[in-house]
Design a protein around this ligand. Structure first.
Ligand code: ISJ
Length: 297
């Protein structure tokens, strides 16, 4: 429960979690404090739930945080970011990027679409972008020459194209192309372009409705536990995904979950490219500063 300073009334607080495997190290062992409830969904659903007020906090697509920076604030130390390849935000294509004509986008994702638009613009490319759901290979067979996919299914499809991992290979050593399909990892492209991490998600809330400190504390404890037991998290999720444990373990340790200075740099750089003229990005008090701020209020 969060307690209103003016009325002393306890008010429920609602969370909306994008529960892809990449947030399992934070969410799997999260114990919600009393009064906090949670729903789950894909990125575009959680973005909409936060903006419509259906939930009070969500790990949303960073681009929606940027677009709505006038009303939203983000936790200062939580992110889903990577430096280099991410493995689960993939453009599957059958022609070189320069020759793409029709690209299928997923309606699940705001961030990857915005990132793809930036990367295409930087190369002076403008293929037709259309929404279409389904497996990448099936859509490629139906006349699309590029298919953008994210999350668990994109990770599985990536591995289906470029795997298997053998004792001699590593994730980064796997090919980018097989069976006539090239997989372009958009986070790796971003790294090539900028040399910075790419921040896919932040934990955002309306500035006038910050999360109760007990929830943030519980999230920090859950993250410490998840990262400390990454092999167990990977094993559990490898089984669910039908992927080798080594693949999922590499996938998970590759993420940057603390919105550190390089992740903010990447976030600001992306914001300037994707949403010129956006309102300043604001972040809540850093760990340990919550008390100081509420005392000052
Ligand atoms: C890297 C990923 O990150 C997710 C991708 C998002 C998006 O595309 O809008 C939003 C939140 C992230 O957690 C992924 O799921 O593959």
């Amino acid at each position: 429960m969060s307690q209103s300073a003016s009325t002393g009334r306890l008010t429920p607080y609602r969370a909306g979690w994008i529960h892809f495997t990449n947030v399992a190290p934070i969410l799997d062992s999260l114990v919600l404090p009393p009064g906090v409830t949670a729903i789950t969904g894909v990125p575009t659903q959680m973005n909409a739930a936060l903006l419509s007020g259906q939930v009070d906090i969500a790990n949303i697509s960073a681009v929606e945080f940027i677009r709505n920076a006038d009303v939203l604030e983000a936790l200062p130390d939580f992110s889903v970011a990577v430096l280099g390849p991410v493995y689960s935000v993939n453009l599957f294509h059958t022609r070189p990027l320069e020759d793409l004509r029709r690209v299928a986008l997923t309606a699940q994702s705001a961030m990857s679409v915005a990132l793809l638009e930036v990367l295409l613009r930087e190369r002076g490319l403008s293929p037709t972008l259309e929404r279409a759901e389904g497996e990448a290979e099936a859509l490629l067979a139906q006349g699309f020459d590029g298919v953008l996919r994210i999350g668990d299914s994109a990770l599985r499809e990536w591995y289906g194209v470029v795997g298997p991992l053998t004792p001699e290979t590593t994730m980064t050593g796997l090919p980018h192309a097989a069976r006539g399909i090239t997989v372009t990892d958009l986070a790796e492209e971003w790294f090539r372009l900028t040399g910075h991490p790419f921040t896919f998600a932040v934990w955002a809330y309306r500035r006038d409705n910050p999360p109760p400190p007990e929830l943030v504390q519980a999230m920090r404890e859950a993250r410490r536990d998840g990262i400390g037991h990454l092999a167990d998290v990977a094993e559990r999720h490898a089984r669910k995904l039908g992927l080798p444990e080594r693949v999922v373990q590499h996938y998970l340790w590759n993420f940057r979950y603390h919105l550190e200075a390089p992740d903010r740099l990447g976030l600001h750089e992306f914001a300037a490219k994707a949403v010129p003229g956006h309102a300043p990005l604001t972040f809540g008090p850093r760990p340990g500063e919550e008390r100081a701020r509420s005392a000052a209020d």
